[in-house]
Design a protein around this ligand. Structure first.
Ligand code: AMP
Ligand code: ZN
Length: 113
């Protein structure tokens, strides 16, 4: 499963991506189909399919901390940004390796579609 997983392959650098940060636990890279001027995906190195599969709650905090640091670095911390974890079919999850979307650089509507 993890062998073929797209984001595991990006983490292992088997597939190129615009990586913006790497830590012991996480990798962050630019979304290939950006939905906002800043659209970064923060993923754990470990293969976890979805937020419902998280066993160590600290992992979600680690992803969130890195996303907040990247928002600062990208210059959108003050203007605002959105963190999204699409989960399963109704939310439109397409890649089943946990990822936190960091979106910002434009005003966003609410509720999301
Ligand atoms: P989700 O729909 O929440 O599962 O998000 C998956 C995201 O991965 C989408 O926003 C895609 O544009 C993005 N994506 C798919 N393939 C790649 C890739 N090779 N490199 C970077 N982002 C990708
Ligand atoms: Zn994976």
């Amino acid at each position: 499963m993890a062998d073929a997983c797209l984001f595991c392959r990006i983490v292992r650098k088997e597939i190129p991506a615009k990586i913006v940060a790497e830590t012991n636990d996480c990798v962050a890279f630019r979304d290939i189909n950006p939905q906002a001027p800043v659209h970064i995906l923060v993923v754990p190195r470990e293969h976890v399919p979805s937020v419902g599969d998280v066993t160590d709650p600290a992992l979600v905090g680690t992803l969130t901390r890195l996303a907040a640091d990247l928002a600062q670095r990208e210059g959108i911390a003050e203007s605002g940004y959105r963190l999204v974890m699409n989960t399963n079919a109704d939310a439109g999850q397409t890649v089943f390796h946990l990822h936190l979307h960091l979106l910002g650089g434009r005003e966003m509507g609410w509720p999301p579609g």
